[in-house]
Write a protein that binds this ligand. Sequence first.
Ligand SMILES: [Zn+2]
Length: 172
Amino acid sequence: MGTLKYCSNCGAKNESRFLEGRKRYVCPACGTVHYENPRPAVTVIVVEDGNIVLVKRAVEPAKGKWCLPGGFMEMQESAEQAAHRELEEETGLTARDLAFLGLCPYPGGILGDLLVLGFMTENIEGRLTPGDDASEAQFFPLEKLPRIVFRCHREIVRMYKDLARPEVEVNA
Ligand SMILES: [Zn+2]
């Protein structure tokens, strides 16, 4: 993410000041503080018969690499709506339900600081068809996944595996 060089309110050159506990871009002309926050992104694990869907990215960053379907939340959209939309755009699949899996903070990435929200579904309709930012979409056995390019996607897959693992009987 580029630095906030100019004020979004008046166009003057911002200054970097220590304010409210951290370094922020502040406009010396109009006083506007340019707060920066992580961007929420969503990702979905689609499960069918022990397989999950991965998509191959058609665009940079990480073009040609496998990852979970997902993307950025749009304005006026809930996280669930974003997850449904991104899933449909990239895989052609509609999730009949979505369960929240967990969060993965991702600071300092090429797209800035992100907060990735992981969802899962075992209840889908439609035919797997790559679209939008995906050049391929494919089911892979959970235990034989190709390398997933994004750390948070790997982490969210791990969250799902932890959840899906059959409970181990503890015998006294
Ligand atoms: Zn200003």
